[in-house]
Design a protein around this ligand. Structure first.
Ligand code: FBP
Length: 578
């Protein structure tokens, strides 16, 4: 396939899309980068069912919510003759849902190439602007010229994304109408936990109405909190963490060079602290706050402030009045007292008017009211901002790093007065979030996404629905990766949202007994007082480290398969000995 001079991207009507002719040399070389496929996808294969599935929690409730899908088996692609009919033509839609994550374009390329190579005369539609595109029937037909310039490129701008939810009966009817109008055989929903929950509801709805359209999900989110045994990681996490770690490493050198600032860096990840933990493993900061630990130890904001202040005081005694502190974006939501406050605010926002009179505050319990009044005004305002369509507090907009600088400053001033602190404290705040979401995908994400997409094509071709595309054995070379689909209902539980019980995919949080956290916990005291900073540098696309994945994945897979695999065989850079 030769590169076309120009292509239209998202918003064809509004203006041109990407011009591969003006790509940088690196972008162009990525465009031509060959994507390897797992060997099972390179020859003839059969789709084999596993045992019946259940749910992550409350199976009886999940069964009621998904009567036609509950219990269905997961599927695995197994090499062998027979295979799927190549003369079948399919009409497949794809939608990107939620926050951007490096690799999304490769999932689309994978589905596209599957249809091109394994079916005859198929058509692929890209729904524009996220689930709203499915509801409103806004789509673009994907052609080789259209798809090509986005190969191995970051961003979601080929068809763009959105955070709308297909929720009400009217919205389900709109989605049904689109599926009927386009005569869809299938839809691939590329999204995080909420979007895949939505994909499962859509699959259930289509099946209950006897529509031929099947729905397959794909695990996307830089946050890394959509994972389970069968889905070892979500795409985008690897690249985003590498980009943030490069930036953290640079700031570490700056901190050491001037010796005058404490850098408080908030890292994206609205619920789980996986990104913060991974970046800590890559760069060795002086202090890392892990939300799940704060929650498990039932720490208050004062406890967190004291912990940071204690280390700053000890470092001052050693002559260091600088340092680097990592904070997860979702921290505020982990502090039990703030959690309680947010839960009460959610109920109030869902049912009352929150206005300047402050009358609504009388609905807060007295402890929550006191805490709310104690918080800096900017944080109060940020806590009252509109929830996202899934009912989540928009933690990306809460400047926890600034709040902690203020609280630590006040605490250190008190200690200075009491004579227990003799150092100088100047805080610098950073938020590393959007910077990491659209980078050129790392080799790992590029290959993983292509396999996820190609696999999703195979699942739809075999008539599967309500599954999430699952690629496993990721600690082995790509050729040995396994490919299949996991029942989405198997990942479901129920949760209270907008004041009602709703099905949700259980988020995978940082496990305090898990290998990545244990590794971090065994090293953090050393990193706190001695400066063990590591600067991993930019994402590498060629060379000896280019195929390394990340510490979290390697440590988790190594722990799972410790008996089978020696750590020296893992394609991962371990730098703990420094
Ligand atoms: P997804 O879970 O949809 O992948 O989004 C993750 C994320 O990047 C979070 O880390 C962040 O809090 C949020 O999106 C920001 O959302 P928005 O793009 O709407 O500002």
């Amino acid at each position: 396939m030769s590169p076309p001079a120009q292509s239209n991207g998202c918003g064809t009507k509004e203006g041109p899309g990407r011009l591969s002719s003006i790509y940088s040399e690196v972008q162009t070389s990525r465009l031509n980068h060959n994507l390897p496929l797992p060997s099972v996808l390179k020859s003839s294969f059969n789709v084999v069912d596993g045992p019946p599935s259940s749910a992550a929690g409350n199976p009886d409730e999940i069964k009621k919510l998904f009567p036609s899908l509950f219990g269905q088996p997961s599927a695995k692609l197994v090499a062998g003759q027979g295979g799927l009919p190549a003369d079948k033509s399919l009409k497949i839609g794809v939608v990107l849902s939620g926050g951007q994550a490096p690799g999304g374009h490769n999932v689309i390329s994978g589905i596209f190439d599957y249809l091109l190579e394994r079916t005859k005369g198929s058509t692929m539609y890209g729904f524009k602007g996220g689930p709203a595109g499915v509801m409103k029937g806004k789509y673009v037909e994907l052609t080789p010229d259209f798809v090509y310039p986005y190969r191995n490129q970051g961003g979601f701008d080929m068809i763009c994304s959105g955070r709308d939810k297909i929720e009400t009966p009217e919205q389900f009817t709109q989605a049904e109408e689109t599926a009927k109008k386009l005569d869809l055989d299938g839809l691939v929903v590329i999204g995080g936990d909420d979007s895949n929950t939505n994909a499962c509801l859509l699959a259930e709805n289509f099946r209950s109405k006897n529509l031929k359209a099947r729905v397959i999900g794909c695990p996307k989110t830089i946050d890394g909190d959509l994972k389970c045994k069968e889905v070892p990681t979500s795409f985008g996490f690897d690249t985003a963490c590498k980009i943030y770690s490069e930036m953290i490493g640079n700031v570490m050198i700056d901190a050491r060079s001037t010796g005058k600032y404490y850098h408080f860096m908030r890292l994206m990840g609205r619920a789980a602290s996986h990104i913060t933990l991974e970046c800590a493993l890559q760069t060795h900061p002086n202090i890392t706050v892990i939300g799940e630990e704060v929650s498990a130890k039932k720490q208050t904001l004062k406890n967190v402030t004291d912990h940071i202040s204690d280390i700053i005081c000890k470092r001052a005694e050693l002559g260091y009045n600088y340092g680097v502190i990592l904070i997860p974006e979702g921290l505020i939501d982990f502090v039990p007292e703030v959690q309680q406050l947010i839960a009460e605010l959610n109920e109030i926002i869902a049912h009352d008017t929150v206005d300047a009179t402050g009358a609504w505050k009388s609905k807060l319990r007295s402890q929550s009211k006191d805490l709310f009044e104690l918080l800096p005004q900017a944080i109060q305002e940020q806590l009252l901002l509109e929830r996202d369509p899934h009912g989540n507090v928009q933690v990306a907009k809460i400047e926890t790093e600034k709040m902690l600088i203020e609280m630590v400053e006040t605490e250190l001033a008190k200690r200075k007065q009491g004579g227990s602190y003799k150092g100088e404290f100047k805080g610098q705040s950073h938020f590393f979030g959007y910077e990491g979401r659209c980078g050129l995908p790392s080799n790992f994400d590029a290959n993983y996404c292509y396999a996820l997409g190609y696999g999703a094509g195979a699942l739809l071709h075999s008539g599967k629905t309500g599954l999430i595309s699952s690629v496993g054995n990721l600690n082995a070379p790509v050729e040995e990766w396994t490919v299949g689909g996991t029942a989405l209902t198997n990942l479901m539980d129920v949760e209270r949202r907008h004041g009602k019980f709703k099905p949700v995919i259980k988020k995978a949080m940082v496990e305090l007994e898990g290998a990545p956290f244990k590794k971090f916990a065994s090293l953090r005291d050393d990193w706190a007082l001695k400066n063990r900073y590591v600067n991993p540098g930019p994402v590498q696309f060629v060379g000896p480290t280019s195929n390394f994945s990340n510490h979290t994945l390697a440590l988790e897979l190594n722990a799972q398969s410790a008996k089978r695999i020696k750590s020296s065989e893992l394609k991962i850079q371990f730098c703990y000995s420094q």
